[in-house]
Design a protein around this ligand. Structure first.
Ligand SMILES: [Zn+2]
Length: 398
């Protein structure tokens, strides 16, 4: 990939020349760190500098992403990489295909916003590849932006083996089913990507509903970074395809060794994760990281002039088993409105008290926390849910 980048991608050729590097200087993935770190904003400003000149537009799929974050980007994928990606997906599919669900021919509901990358990738591959009918999957796309009761009814009608969606949407879906007692076909498993899922919601879906939950780590820039195995402890990283390292602030820096169209090496994703050192009981030797909790790393300004990492807020809710979903609005440095979608068996007064204590721990004893129990949380037009909305995003302090 470095060789390809050197020959056909203006940004990389220049970056290597400036540093006196040539492809022969790259012997292993550790050498990728000798290249500059590419930020999302670099790609946003000048996407063509990262585009390989080796392809015609007709052979590429251009995907747009991230309108809701205020930093939309365009990433082009070449036909070969998109088909290879389907093969790479077999690593995670093998965890449940042929055991929890039939190997082929099963029904999968994908609940995403309209015009989602997953839909475009499927369409593109189907136009260019022949798939034997017996190796096919019955996949149906539902819109995450439709009223949730309509989605529930559509799922009950389709009776999927697998439901794939955003983590935050699965939380909302199961919370709604639990609250209304609506008839609902239970899938054999659910998978999620794009944003996080709280520990309490995972426990309620896996425990209460008996539906195992699998996180899959992917982005529009990097398709198959990692997957959750049957041990359900973190995410295995496909380091042969997407070598990954953690920056000092815990953000993920990944190189894409699959896609040859928009070539992204040493690229920062905003996810904050930690390594898991122990060997996984599943036997796989691919290294593990903690599950990503969504892309927006929005630090919260604290009354003492410092900042609080959003993970501190998440830990307040991790222990709350009666909480399906939450959304925190910081009104002033020590004043918060917390919206909570609670389970029926939640002791609301006790939970509100503990949440208040959690905020006091991080933001001082003078913190004012208004906990409001609601039926549903607000989503952006792009379908994203921002669980933590900081007063004004402060930069991370070193
Ligand atoms: Zn494992």
């Amino acid at each position: 990939m470095v060789e390809h980048a050197w020959r056909t991608v203006p940004f990389w050729r220049e970056a290597m020349r400036e540093r006196g590097l040539a492809p022969r200087d790259f012997r292993g993935e550790a050498d990728l760190a000798r290249l500059p770190v590419v930020e999302r904003s670099d790609l946003q400003r000048d996407p063509d500098r990262f585009r390989s000149t080796a392809f015609r537009d007709a052979d590429l799929l251009a995907l747009r992403s991230g309108g809701s974050t205020g930093e939309p980007i365009t990433v082009r994928h070449d036909t070969g990489s998109l088909l290879a990606n389907a093969a790479h997906g077999e690593r995670e599919r093998s965890i449940w295909a042929g055991s929890r669900v039939p190997r082929f021919g099963y029904r999968e509901a994908v609940v995403v916003p309209p015009f989602n990358a997953a839909i475009e990738v499927q369409r593109f591959c189907r136009e260019r590849a022949w798939l034997p009918a017996r190796a096919d999957i019955d996949r149906r796309y539902l819109s995450m932006l439709d009223p949730i009761d309509e989605v529930i009814a559509a799922l009950d009608d389709f009776r999927p083996h697998i439901v794939h969606s955003y983590g935050s949407f699965l939380e909302a879906l199961f919370a709604r089913v639990e609250a209304t007692g609506a008839p609902f076909h239970r899938p054999a498993l659910v998978t999620y990507s794009s944003d996080g899922m709280s520990e309490s919601a995972r426990a309620r879906i896996a425990g209460g509903f008996g539906v195992p939950v699998f996180c899959t780590y992917q982005a529009v820039e990097m398709f198959k970074i990692g997957f959750e195995c049957e041990a359900h402890d973190g995410v295995h990283v496909n380091i042969d395809l997407y070598p990954l390292r953690l920056d000092a602030d815990g953000t993920v820096i990944v190189s894409n060794l699959v896609n040859r169209a928009t070539v992204l090496l040493n690229y920062r994703l905003a996810d904050v994760v930690a390594p898991i050192d122990a060997r996984c009981p599943c036997g796989r030797t691919l290294p593990r990281i903690t599950r990503p909790q969504g892309r927006s790393v929005e630090f919260l300004p604290a009354p003492d002039g410092g900042v609080v990492h959003p993970q501190a807020i998440r830990t307040i809710f991790t222990a709350e088993r009666g909480v399906w979903q939450y959304q925190v609005d910081q009104i002033e440095p020590a004043r918060f409105v917390v919206r909570v979608v609670a389970a029926a068996d939640c002791d609301r007064a006790a939970a509100a008290r503990r949440i208040g204590e959690g905020f006091a721990h991080w933001f001082g004893s003078g913190s004012a926390v208004d906990v409001r129990y609601v039926d549903a949380l607000e989503r952006t037009a792009g379908g994203k849910l921002r669980p933590i909305r900081a007063l004004s995003p402060a930069p991370p302090t070193p």
